[in-house]
Design a protein around this ligand. Structure first.
Ligand code: BLA
Length: 514
C-alpha cells in the first residue's frame, strides 16, 4: 500500500503505515483465516521456511505448517484476550522435506484475520535470561530508590541501553504541539550527543503517534534489508499489532540520513496520550528478541506510572493553591461593598491563579489593571479581536503567541506574548484578560526544523526527510510559556464565581427597584 502512496509535503501524516503490505525480512508472516484455520496470505519469504511454492502455501491448513500443540492454542484462543499470554511460543515449522525448524511465534488477531509472526528462535540463553532478569530487578530497585524524575529518566536510558545492547538510548518527550526534545541519553562515548536537542512535530507524524498509542513497541532490525511482500498482494491487511510490520520508507530514509542501521522505540503513554518515547539507535543490524523487548516495555510502563504519580502530585498541589486563591478573592467579594473592588484588592491572587504577569479586567464598565499590561490605547482593539475569538463553546480564549496569531499585536510581545480572555457577559463587555511576557528561548534543533523535507537533486522530485542533523541553534521569539489546562480551568472557576456574584447583585438591584 505504501508503494502506491506518494508522499508529499502535505500528506506525510496520511501515509497508511499500518497497512504496508509487507514485513521486515528477519521473520515470516502467516495470515490465518479464523473460520477455516487455513492460510489466506503469507509473506513471500515463507517459501524459504517451508520449501513450498507460494501458491501451494495459500489454502494450506495451519496444522500442515506448525506443530499440533501450537495449532490447538491458536484454534482455541484466537479471539480471546488470552492470546497474548501465549506470546512468545517456541514452535516447530514443518518443511516439505519433512525436517522441522524452530521459530518463535507471536500471534495477534487484527479483528479480521490471525497474524502469526515467526521470528528467529529467540530462546534467550539461560545465562542471558538471568542477566535480563537481573537488569529488570536492578531497574525496579533503582527506579524505586531514585526520587527525582530527572534521575529516574537517566536510570531508565542507562538500564535499557545495558540490557538491549543498543548503541544509543534516548528519552524523547513531546511538548503540547508534539515537537520533541531528547531529555535523557545513554550512548557509546564516541557518538555525538543528541541530549537537549529539539525535533519538529513532523518527524513523528500524527498517524505514527496514534499507532504508537495502540501498539507501544516497534523494532526495525535493519534499515537496509529489503522487505518481504505479502502474497497474494494484500494491501489492506492491518499490521498495526504485528511485530514484523515493515517501516515507512520515509522514516527508513530518515534513519539512513542519521547513519542509523537499526532502531527500536517504546511508547510512554500517560492518561491515554503519547507523552514520549524511549528511542534506541544502533549503528549495525540489531535483532532484539521478544522477551527483551517485553522487558523494555515493562520499564516504559513503570516509567509512565512514576511520571503520572508526579503529575498527580503536582496537580493536587496546584489545585490546593488555586482553591486558596479563589477562596481569598471570594471572601474579598463578600466583604467589599462594591464587589468589583475585590479583584484590585486581591490582584496578587488574580495573577498567581493563572501564573500571569499582568491582567486587565472590566466589570460593569470600569477598566482596571494589575501588573504589566499593554498601553490603554491598545486594550480596546485587543479586546475587540479577542472577543471575536471567544466563541460560546470555548468560554475562554488563550494563546501563547499573540504576535504570531495576529501580527497587528506583534509589538506587544515583551508584555503580552501570552494572553487569555474569559468573558463575563454575553456581549463580552465584562471580561478579564491575563497576560504573559515573551520568553526568548534558545533552542537547539537536531537539524534545521524547516528542512524537514528536501527534494532530491536528480530531478525526480522524490521527497526526502532532511539530511542534516547538525546542531542548529535558534532563538524563539514572540512566545510565552503556554497556558496549562489547570490554569485555564482556574480562570473558568473564577469566571463562574464572578458571574454568580453578578447575578446576585443584579437581583438585589431588581428587588430594591421593586
Ligand atoms: C517514525 N520518527 C519515527 C520514529 C521516531 C522518529 C523515533 C519511531 C520509529 C522508530 O522507532 O524509529 C523520529 N527518531 C526520531 C527523532 C529522533 C530519533 C526525532 O531518534 C531524535 C533523536 N519523518 C520525517 C518526515 C516524515 C517522517 C519529514 O522526518 C514525513 C514526511 C515520517 N517518522 C515518519 C513516519 C514514521 C516515523 C511515517 C512511522 C514509521 C513507522 O512506524 O512505520
Amino acid at each position: 500500500m505504501t508503494d502506491n502512496f506518494e508522499v508529499t509535503l502535505d500528506n506525510c501524516h496520511k501515509e497508511p503505515i499500518h497497512i504496508p503490505g509487507s514485513i521486515q525480512p528477519h521473520g515470516y508472516l502467516l495470515v490465518v483465516e479464523p473460520a477455516t484455520m487455513t492460510l489466506s496470505c503469507v509473506s513471500e519469504n515463507v517459501t524459504e521456511l517451508c520449501g513450498a511454492d507460494l501458491s501451494e502455501c495459500i489454502g494450506k491448513s495451519l496444522a500442515e505448517v506448525v506443530d499440533a500443540d501450537y495449532c490447538a492454542i491458536i484454534s482455541k484462543q484466537w479471539q480471546s484476550e488470552k492470546l497474548q499470554l501465549f506470546n512468545p511460543t517456541s514452535v516447530q515449522i514443518k518443511h516439505v522435506d519433512s525436517t522441522l525448524r524452530k521459530m518463535t511465534a507471536i500471534a495477534t488477531y487484527n479483528g479480521s484475520v490471525i497474524l502469526i509472526a515467526l521470528e528467529p528462535d529467540s530462546k534467550v540463553s539461560d545465562k542471558a535470561y538471568e542477566s535480563v532478569l537481573k537488569m529488570l530487578k536492578n531497574s525496579v530497585q533503582s527506579l524505586m530508590g531514585v526520587h527525582k524524575l530527572d534521575l529516574i529518566y537517566q536510570t531508565v536510558v542507562e538500564e535499557v541501553k545495558r540490557f538491549s545492547g543498543f548503541d544509543r538510548v534516548m528519552l524523547y518527550q513531546f511538548d503540547h504541539e508534539y515537537n520533541g526534545e531528547v531529555i535523557a541519553e545513554a550512548k557509546e562515548t564516541h557518538l555525538n550527543a543528541f541530549l537537549k536537542q529539539h525535533f519538529p512535530e513532523s518527524d513523528i507524524p500524527k498517524q505514527a503517534r496514534e499507532l504508537y498509542v495502540k501498539n507501544p513497541i516497534r523494532l526495525l532490525c535493519d534499515v537496509e534489508a529489503e522487505v518481504s511482500r505479502l502474497y497474494p498482494v494484500q494491501p489492506h491487511v492491518d499490521l498495526s499489532y504485528c511485530s514484523l510490520r515493515s517501516v515507512s520508507p520515509i522514516h527508513i530514509q530518515y534513519l539512513r540520513n542519521m547513519g542509523v542501521k537499526a532502531s527500536m522505540s517504546i511508547s510512554i503513554i500517560i492518561n491515554g496520550k503519547l507523552w514520549g518515547l524511549i528511542a534506541c539507535h544502533h549503528y549495525s543490524r540489531n535483532f532484539v528478541p521478544f522477551e527483551v523487548r517485553e522487558i523494555a516495555q515493562y520499564i516504559s510502563v513503570m516509567l509512565s506510572q512514576l511520571i503520572s504519580v508526579k503529575i498527580q502530585e503536582e496537580d493536587t498541589q496546584r489545585n490546593a493553591r488555586q482553591l486558596a486563591m479563589l477562596g481569598q478573592i471570594s471572601a474579598a467579594m463578600a466583604e467589599e461593598q462594591e464587589y468589583q473592588n475585590a479583584l484590585r484588592i486581591k490582584a496578587d491572587q488574580l495573577l498567581a491563579l493563572v501564573d500571569a504577569s499582568g491582567a486587565v479586567w472590566c466589570l460593569d464598565g470600569s477598566l482596571q489593571t494589575a501588573g504589566d499590561v499593554p498601553e490603554q490605547n491598545v486594550i480596546n482593539p485587543l479586546h475587540q479581536w479577542l472577543a471575536e475569538q471567544v466563541t460560546e463553546q470555548e468560554e475562554a480564549y488563550f494563546t501563547h503567541q499573540l504576535g504570531i496569531d495576529n501580527p497587528q499585536f506583534a509589538e506587544l510581545a515583551d508584555i503580552a506574548s501570552g494572553v487569555m480572555m474569559v468573558s463575563l457577559s454575553a456581549d463580552n463587555s465584562s471580561y478579564i484578560l491575563w497576560f504573559r511576557k515573551e520568553i526568548i528561548q534558545a533552542k537547539n534543533w537536531g537539524g534545521k526544523p524547516e528542512k524537514v523535507i528536501e527534494f532530491t537533486d536528480d530531478g525526480s522530485h522524490r521527497l526526502m526527510p532532511r539530511s542534516s542533523f547538525e546542531l542548529w541553534k535558534q532563538n524563539v521569539y514572540k512566545k510565552s510559556a503556554p497556558w496549562q489546562e489547570a490554569e485555564r480551568e482556574g480562570a473558568l472557576k473564577l469566571r463562574s464565581m464572578i458571574q454568580s456574584k453578578m447575578i446576585i447583585e443584579s437581583e438585589k438591584v431588581l428587588q430594591m427597584n421593586n
